[in-house]
Write a protein that binds this ligand. Structure first.
Ligand code: FES
Length: 168
């Protein structure tokens, strides 16, 4: 029977306990790294699916530029997270907060689109597709003493309610 060849490197091989210890340490390191990466991915997914919702009632916001809005025009009011619009009947406001999970919708053609999960709304805020279950709510608006249009993001309005241009 032929002898098994051996290679002499001249270096002493590490003791068996040290080799096992390094392997275990490597396994723990890789496992720990994967665990941290998984936790970060789950956290990011949770924040994507459940965006933070406002916790206090927002205050009415003045929109001085609304008076010069032309019929058919639309103005985004970031402070109110709302759109102010004007049609033949008058002014109205729609919330820009998606009725699915609260992301902000963007103007998209004559309607609106939510980038979070793909909901789409028509020009009046009615849902056209995607997971949003309800229309974008109409918001209360009024003229203040200075003749500025005020949007109240904390109060809803009837969808067909319109505010006439203030005269005088
Ligand atoms: S938040 Fe999900 S579609 Fe808008």
């Amino acid at each position: 029977m032929p002898a098994t060849p051996t290679i002499e490197t001249g270096e002493p091989s590490p003791p068996l306990d040290a080799a096992v210890g390094r392997r275990a340490l490597l396994r723990w390191g890789i496992g720990g790294g994967l665990g941290i990466a998984l936790a970060a991915a789950l956290r990011a997914a949770w924040r994507f699916l459940m965006p933070p919702l406002p916790t206090s009632r927002p205050a009415p916001v003045a929109v001085p530029a609304a008076a010069s809005l032309p019929v058919g025009g639309r103005l985004y009011v970031a402070e109110a997270r709302a759109f102010v619009l004007r049609d033949e009947a008058g002014f109205y406001a729609l919330s820009a907060i998606c009725t699915h999970l609260g992301c902000l919708v963007q103007a998209s053609g004559p309607g609106y689109a939510c980038a979070c999960h793909g909901s789409r709304f028509d020009a009046g805020g009615a849902p056209l597709g995607g997971p949003a279950p309800r229309p974008l709510p109409a918001l209360a608006i009024a003229w203040n003493k200075e003749g500025q249009l005020m949007v109240d993001p904390g109060r809803s309005a009837e969808p067909d309610a319109r505010l006439r241009l203030q005269r005088g």
